[in-house]
Design a protein around this ligand. Structure first.
Ligand code: HEM
Length: 450
């Protein structure tokens, strides 16, 4: 097939923003995602997409994402689970915990039903005495496995292009995992639909309604409700978990950055629970999150398809214009653009939050904001950006208040702790993740403030 891998900001801007109607997700993409996402805001096009986006946007308004109580409850459980594991003297799989935190937050927020994955048994590292999972632990493991495999298999379809059905001639590799996810979603949806039918929320209480209640008020179509909730669950959960995973990985590698973050947290809020305003005043924390999103964008690559032939002007004086035929696949490679030295400076590969605070901000990002697009831009820009910044900031602040040091633990083949500092491998299906587990030991502060 014809395909272009695009890392040039002016072309990416064209694809996502200024000429977005020419570069749609396309029928091939929709067929590959149909089993996982049905017809929802992430997959639809044209008027149907406008309908979905218009339906979702009011739900994600400021009132909702500034309500930190949602994050508070789940963060407390997360921190307590971590403290228990650290006091046993064993590391915890932070990537798994980040996925539990975002699943419980998302299911509470979207369905009004806490999945309670944080309460179930956690995976144990080698040599831990209790490696058998209880039935609740197995329930969570089963769901997590299905959720991950549904995305791995969908990403596999993307690699096979339009020939993907040949590789699934005998067996639909996505559907079997989606069935597991639906066995959890469907009873929850049905109970909310029934409740809303018989006891609808009064107009005064509509500010507190969940996505499910909100959708049930707008439509009777159960298929549409299910697709839309699934789209938001996928859009919200793994992206946020990916950022949290990368953020804590960075903390293990950069004690200096960890120290500065803790200083800001202690100076601004001490040990109290941060407010919405506190989070917005923490400049170094915001720079840290942006730097994580720059070097480890949760959606590292995105696919579009051209609907008509176009010519892109030359990207520079020594370059030629580029002819893009109709029906050509465009890979928007954010991961590569975010690391280009000609766009970010010679130290582009280094993790340095100060680039968001010093003169480099005015030299690189401000004159050319399209060089940083973790949430994309244009008509399909992420609807949960502010929700994500709040959720990430809140959990990171609570984590830094509770722990002062983060140590990466790697295991050798014989299950002994490895002394090597490298060995973490990042991979991607639809979002970026760490291969296997991310075992971390965290130390509670002996004396605070720092
Ligand atoms: C760090 C966290 C997040 C990142 C990096 C992220 C990134 C993105 C990206 C790149 C897209 C565009 C996908 C495409 O068009 O191909 C997108 C779309 C979307 N995101 Fe997010 N997202 C995050 C969190 C969230 C959260 C928490 C929510 C909801 C609460 C959310 C809701 C959505 C929705 C509804 C869309 C579809 C927009 C449309 O097509 O019109 N996202 N996100």
């Amino acid at each position: 097939m014809d395909a272009f891998l695009v890392t040039e900001p002016q072309y990416i801007k064209r694809v996502l923003m200024t000429d977005a109607t020419t570069y749609e997700k396309g029928p091939e993409f929709r067929s590959q995602f149909l089993d996982l996402l049905g017809n929802g805001v992430l997959t639809s096009e044209g008027d149907l997409w406008k309908f979905h986006r218009g339906m979702t946007r009011p739900f994600l308004n400021k009132h909702r994402y500034s309500d930190l109580q949602l994050f508070y409850d789940h963060t407390e459980t997360l921190i307590n689970r971590l403290k228990d594991r650290m006091r046993e003297g064993f590391p915890a799989d932070w990537q798994d915990l980040a996925h539990r935190y975002t699943l419980d937050t998302a299911t509470t927020f979207l369905f009004g039903h806490d999945f309670r994955s944080l309460a179930a048994d956690l995976p144990c590292p080698p040599l831990h005495p209790s490696r058998e999972l209880s039935s609740d632990g197995k329930r969570v493991h089963h769901f997590f496995h299905a959720f991950q495999q549904a995305q791995v298999q969908t990403a596999r379809r993307l690699r096979y292009g339009r020939f993907w059905p040949l590789f699934e001639f005998w067996r639909n590799r996505v559907r079997e995992h989606v069935n597991v996810i639906e066995s959890f979603l469907e009873p929850v949806i049905e109970s909310v639909v029934l409740r809303e039918k018989h006891h609808p929320r009064s107009a005064e209480c509509q500010d507190e309604e969940t996505l499910l209640e909100y959708l049930t008020r707008l439509t009777d179509d159960q298929r549409l409700i299910k697709d839309q909730t699934m789209n938001l669950l996928i859009g919200a959960r793994d992206t946020t978990a990916s950022t949290l995973t990368s953020a804590v990985y960075v903390l293990t590698q950069r004690p200096d950055v960890c120290q500065r973050l803790r200083r800001e947290v202690v100076d601004m809020v001490g040990h109290r629970v941060p407010s919405y305003d506190d989070l917005h005043k923490m400049k170094y924390l915001r720079a840290f999150i942006n730097e994580v999103l720059r070097l480890y964008p949760p959606v590292p690559i995105t696919i579009r398809a051209s609907t008509r032939p176009t010519v892109w002007p030359a990207a520079g004086p020594t370059e030629k214009p580029v002819y893009i035929p109709a029906h050509t696949r465009i890979y928007v490679a954010l991961l590569i653009m975010h690391r280009r030295k000609d766009l970010w400076g010679p130290d582009a590969d280094e993790f340095d939050p100060d680039r968001w605070l010093d003169e480099r901000l005015h030299k690189y990002f401000i004159p050319n904001p399209s060089i940083f697009l973790p949430f994309h831009a244009g008509p399909r820009i992420c609807l949960g950006q502010q929700f994500a910044y709040n959720s990430l900031s809140f959990v990171l602040v609570r984590l830094l208040q509770s722990f002062s040091q983060f140590e990466l633990v790697l295991y050798d083949d014989d299950a002994s702790e490895s002394s090597s500092r490298s060995g973490v491998e990042f991979q991607t299906h639809l979002t970026m993740f760490v291969k296997g587990a991310l075992w971390i030991k965290m130390q509670e502060p002996v004396e605070d403030p720092i």
